[in-house]
Design a binder for this molecule. Sequence first.
Ligand SMILES: [Zn+2]
Length: 71
Amino acid sequence: MPAIAEVRSTNASHSAPRGRDLPTCAVCADSMVAAETSAFLSDNVISYLWTCDTCGYGFVTKHAVKRLACN
Ligand SMILES: [Zn+2]
């Protein structure tokens, strides 16, 4: 018989960093929710295309990522 118990982490004080890394629209200052698309510019640089739902302004951000060495 399976134990019916929710396994939850108890670090309730840790709130999600919501909105911290998300850009805001340069035109209407609305916060972006999700990138439209993303693309690798190189091995460790990702670009994100953002489009503002409010005013339609689009822009691209670039983020450097660390390569994962899996072997
Ligand atoms: Zn906007």
